[in-house]
Ligand binder design. Structure first.
Ligand SMILES: C[S@@+](CC[C@H](N)C(=O)[O-])C[C@H]1O[C@@H](n2cnc3c(N)ncnc32)[C@H](O)[C@@H]1O
Length: 206
C-alpha cells in the first residue's frame, strides 16, 4: 500500500495530463453517475478531484485519498468549484468515520489498487446509511472468455508496473462483502470492462 501512496504522490503533478486522452469518454460517464449523488457524500480515492465539477448543487462533499499530493490537487479543484469539499488523507480499508455517516458514497477507478477490495467495500457499506446510495465507476475483469483470460495473463505486469489490478471481479467482491444481488445494478461501458455499479445499501441486520 505504501507503494501505491508513493506512486500517486509521485505522479500527482502529471496525473490529469496522463488521463487527458481518455477523459473525453470518462467525463460523460462521470456526469451520468454523479448526478445521482445527494446529501452528505463521501468520495473514496478522490484523486485530483476530477469528479468535483459533476456533483449536483446541495451535495456536502467529503473526499479521502491515500496520497496527500493527490489531495492537494483536489483542494485546488474544490476551491474553484461551487461544491466545497472536506478532504482528508485516509485508507479506504480503514475509514475513520462513524457508522451510517453518509447518504451517498462514490468511487471511480479506485478499487483496482485497494489491496483488499472486500474490506474496502465493507467499510463503504458501514459508513453509508441504511438505504443510502453507493455509486461506483470501476474497471473490472471482462466476462468475455478470451478477453478475461488475456486480462489474467497481463495482470502481473500491470500490477508490478502500474500497481493496477486489471482483473478484479468487483461484482463477486460485492457479494462477498455482503451486498445482495437484488440491490446491485450494473451498467456496462467500453465493452464490459468499465462499469457503473449502483448499490442500494440495505443493511440486513437493522
Ligand atoms: C486511478 S486514481 C483515480 C482518481 C479519481 N477517483 C478519478 O476518478 O480520477 C486512484 C486513486 O485512488 C487512490 N487510492 C488507491 N488506493 C487507495 C486506498 N487504499 N485508500 C484510499 N485511496 C486510495 C490513489 O491515491 C489515487 O488517487
Amino acid at each position: 500500500m505504501n507503494r501505491t501512496k508513493k506512486r500517486y504522490n509521485r505522479i500527482s503533478g502529471v496525473y490529469d495530463c496522463l488521463q487527458w486522452p481518455v477523459e473525453t469518454l470518462f467525463s460523460k460517464w462521470r456526469k451520468k453517475l454523479l448526478k445521482e449523488a445527494s446529501g452528505e457524500t463521501l468520495e473514496v480515492g478522490i484523486g485530483t478531484g476530477k469528479n468535483i465539477p459533476y456533483y449536483p448543487e446541495g451535495v456536502v462533499l467529503t473526499g479521502i485519498d491515500l496520497s496527500e499530493n493527490m489531495i492537494n490537487k483536489a483542494h485546488k479543484r474544490s476551491n474553484k468549484s461551487s461544491i466545497p469539499a472536506h478532504l482528508r488523507v485516509m485508507d479506504a480499508q480503514h475509514l475513520q468515520f462513524g457508522d451510517n455517516s453518509f447518504d451517498t458514497v462514490v468511487t471511480s477507478f479506485v478499487f483496482c489498487t485497494v489491496p483488499d477490495p472486500v474490506q474496502g467495500l465493507q467499510e463503504i457499506m458501514r459508513v453509508c446509511r441504511n438505504d443510502g446510495k453507493i455509486l461506483m465507476m470501476e474497471h473490472v475483469r471482462s466476462d468475455h472468455k478470451v478477453m478475461g483470460r488475456i486480462m489474467d495473463v497481463l495482470n502481473p505486469v500491470s500490477r508490478s508496473i502500474l500497481g493496477d489490478n486489471m482483473n478484479r471481479r468487483m461484482y463477486l467482491n460485492m457479494l462477498e462483502a455482503g451486498f445482495k444481488e437484488e440491490n446491485i445494478e450494473v451498467e456496462n461501458f467500453w465493452f464490459d470492462i468499465v462499469r457503473h455499479f449502483r448499490i442500494r445499501n440495505i443493511k440486513h441486520d437493522i
